[in-house]
Design a protein around this ligand. Structure first.
Ligand code: E4P
Length: 217
């Protein structure tokens, strides 16, 4: 399973990319609005840092405008993926952009039928939001299971990109279900590095080693 970072923070993305664990990145208008820099510049810089697919979202709501904006986003860098929301206009825009060879990520997916329709118009990725479903007492991961099964049944090339990830258990569940990608906020990736037994174990190894060196002198 590929791991993407879900952020517009160049500082966070740079430190995670340096570890070699990041395959790509996703952004959305809310994430980019938090940053001070020009969004196009941020996206360009993210592409340079991750050297993999980077989703940048359109803010237009009419299909023709989405297509125009999507083409501009795609020009930012060869790694850019155009994110469009799952609306009727978004589906039409996806079809056009995909037919031009532009990779599209259909976002704000909350049902298997939405994912199926996005796959039918050539989406490279669908982004089901698991955390936001969990927030309303609906099992987000059940949706991932359904979409993975449907795409496997019909061999859709569309990748299932698990979004709205809130904690490391979402990452484990996504991987067990065979999702293609899991996009995670930096804080969730940081949590994956923490385990008290690792810290205690390392401390003991180093202490034992030090003790042995002192005894040998
Ligand atoms: C996905 O691409 C979205 O940017 C993101 O995962 C949304 O997450 P949120 O529900 O935490 O805002």
């Amino acid at each position: 399973m590929k791991l993407f970072v879900d952020s517009g923070s160049l500082k966070d993305i740079e430190s995670l990319a340096a570890l070699g664990i990041i395959d790509g990145a996703t952004t959305n208008p809310s994430l980019l609005a938090k940053e001070q820099k020009d969004p196009r510049e941020i996206l360009k810089e993210i592409c340079r840092l991750v050297q993999g697919p980077v989703s940048g979202e359109v803010v237009a709501t009419k299909a023709d405008d989405m297509v125009r904006e999507g083409r501009e986003i795609a020009k930012i860098d060869q790694h850019m993926v155009v994110k469009v929301p799952f609306t009727r206009d978004g589906v039409r825009a996806c079809r056009t952009l995909a037919s031009e060879g532009i990779k599209v990520n259909v976002t704000l997916i909350f049902s298997a039928t939405q994912a199926l329709l996005a796959a039918k118009v050539g989406a490279a990725y669908v982004s089901p939001f698991v955390g936001r479903l969990d927030d309303i007492a609906t099992d987000g991961m059940h949706l991932i299971e359904e979409i993975v099964e449907i795409f496997d049944n019909y061999e859709f090339p569309t990748q299932v990109l698990v979004a709205s990830v809130r904690h490391p258990i979402h990452i484990v569940q996504a991987a067990r279900l065979g999702a293609d990608v899991c996009t995670c906020p930096p804080a969730v990736l940081d949590q994956c590095f923490k385990h008290p037994l690792t810290d205690i174990g390392l401390e003991k190894f180093l202490k034992d080693w030090e003790k042995a060196q002192t005894a040998k002198v």
